[in-house]
Write a protein that binds this ligand. Structure first.
Ligand code: IMP
Ligand code: MG
Length: 179
């Protein structure tokens, strides 16, 4: 795996430090006495970010998993997103925080946002680890963003290329011949 990596953009140590800061910001947004928080990670890209983030959050919460597919196979352009596993936790009148790995074109977060709003959550916010520059339409935003990155395809720390590299501990770019 290491031999496929061209360069590391964000090290695990940098990720760890930033996620602690994000956890503080998120915790400040949901005071302890305010119960009914449901985190909704979008599978599978968000799992490593989720695992590190939730262990830094002190408040009570539930997890509701949702899966969205936008890439089929060895491609780096997202197609139309579709929900492949729907939420099974009741979010009506709950505070909902959607967790995703990266905000790129915004198709994923738009679709998930629409689906979740139908169920009348009390509040709906979004946290993403990474954001690529300004491809997302103005109405698709993230309330919490870890890092802004350049417009290039990255892997590691949960993010995949054709299903691989999710277990690579840093955010990295593959060698050109690997794409
Ligand atoms: P969007 O729907 O275009 O905003 O893309 C969001 C989804 O596409 C993310 O949840 C990722 O799964 C995937 N994605 C977008 N950019 C990258 C990337 O650079 N590397 C790996 N996955 C990506
Ligand atoms: Mg994803």
């Amino acid at each position: 795996m290491e031999g496929d990596i061209d360069r590391i953009l964000i090290t695990h140590e940098q990720l760890d430090r930033r996620i602690r800061e994000m956890a503080d910001d998120i915790a400040a947004c949901y005071p302890e006495e305010d119960t009914g928080l449901v985190l909704v990670p979008i599978l599978a890209g968000s799992i490593i970010f989720l695992a590190d983030l939730i262990r830094r959050l002190p408040m009570k919460m539930k997890l509701g998993l949702i899966a969205v597919s936008s890439y089929a196979g060895a491609v780096t352009e997202s197609r139309d997103a579709s929900i492949t596993r729907d939420l099974s936790v009741d979010i009506t009148d709950q505070h909902v925080l959607v967790i995703d790995d990266i905000l790129d074109t915004g198709k994923t977060l738009r679709l998930v946002g629409q689906r979740l709003r139908e169920r009348k959550p009390r509040t709906l916010r979004t946290a993403v680890l990474l954001r690529k520059p300004s491809k997302a339409p103005a109405d698709v935003t993230a309330d919490f963003v870890g890092f802004e990155i350049e417009d290039e395809f990255v892997v590691g720390y949960g993010l995949d290329y054709d299903g691989h590299y999710r277990n690579y501990p840093h955010i990295a770019v593959l060698k050109p011949e690997r794409y």
